[in-house]
Write a protein that binds this ligand. Sequence first.
Ligand SMILES: *Cc1c(COP(=O)(O)O)cnc(C)c1O
Length: 480
Amino acid sequence: MKSPFEMTQTEMTSFGYKIVDEIVQHYTSLNTKKPVSKASRTEMDALFLQEAPEQSMPAEDVLRFVMKNVIPNSNISTHPKSFSFVPSPSNFVSIMADALATGFNIFSGGWMLAPAAAELEIVTMNWLLKIFDFPVKRGGGIYTSGGSLANLTAITTARRIKCGDDFSDAIIYLSDQAHSSNIKAIRILGFQKHQIRIIPTDNEFKISINKLKNEIAKDKLHGKKPFCIIATAGTTNTGSVDSLDSIALICEQENLWFHIDAAYGGAAILSEKGKIALKGIEKADSLTVDPHKWFFQPYEIGCLLVKDKSWLSNTFSEKPEYLKDIEGNESEINFYDYGIQLTRRFRALKFYMSIKTFGLLAFRKAISYNIDLAEETELLLRKSANWEVISSATLAIINFRYHPLDGFLSEKELDVLNQKISEKVIESKEALLVTTILQNQVVIRMCLINPNTTLQHVKDTLEQCELFAREILKDWTKIS
Ligand SMILES: *Cc1c(COP(=O)(O)O)cnc(C)c1O
């Protein structure tokens, strides 16, 4: 039988080039596009909901339909005015590397199936180990789909190494600013509510060291077994970094596993300011970083680094009979022994190709620029009588709210006002700018990790916010 999926060389070339052209066109015209797309389930159902077709149609027609309906109904996370959540600025070399990895469909699970893929994971992991001042020989790591899976892999390893099979009395500690993926991971692993301690943060949004120490002492007194502290280096809300040196000391004294979730902030180590902010990060037993955030990689690539790679193999390796022929020797790593997935896509390729192409210096420059831009934004806000800075620029994140000095607005009114400003910006689709809550206040949050974002983009957005604010306030005076 001739494969029903066969295409001629001409068809493949024409189809492939069309897609490349679309991506290049998109990438070079971001400034003319709006970053926000809004659509309801009803609208999307109207466009797409249908039975799986039994019959074929030309690939070009499917592509045309997708370009018309699918792509425009997605936010643009690479857009310079995409300020919310954690943007993903990405880079073109890595985008094409992903196409290569998929095109050749390289299995990145075992050495024997793709020695070079495993080698590139080892080599780029060594680069990261060195960047974070982890031991390169003893240390190791694994690429995951993202930070969530890296945290899950870390906590699974921590539990295995510290508790073995019985974790019924084990207690884990994290702050109220820790990322939700940690709690998810803890729940997936079967810990119960009474085994989780959520420690309050101080006015800089860092975990309170005194409260942490007190909780550990109390738990020990009650015969519980503290086993792990999760610190955050770059919280998603404010970019705050927990006091890593102090937590490292507690972990050493109490024999606890020290996990640092640096999914967002870790990349800042490549800049001078970030290096200072992340002091102590090298003391972690395990460290999550997320290359699809501030290392400018396209989705999906997360990463877990550990001080001792045998911790991973002791946690995850199983030896089923159908894999016995590819076990190989110890230096030829089978990454399925280091984590959850067996079949894995070749994530290391994009990281490798982009670092080789641009050099680390390009990454350092971009990250320093991002941190400086957030600081310039803070200066701008502090100079204005209409804006109040709620958390200062930290690792390129800043939180603020519209608060006119002559407005005589109550806290409640300020919350509603700022919520409405964000809603109006989103409605205009000009910028992706949403709120978060800090110390019970609704605040506007900007995460400025896109090297294509300029101070002018920020200024334009703030001006737009002020315009909307005046409109909202005018409506209010009319009503009252
Ligand atoms: C984004 C983030 C995560 C989750 O990472 P994903 O790649 O979205 O799974 C975990 N922790 C922190 C601090 C984050 O910012």
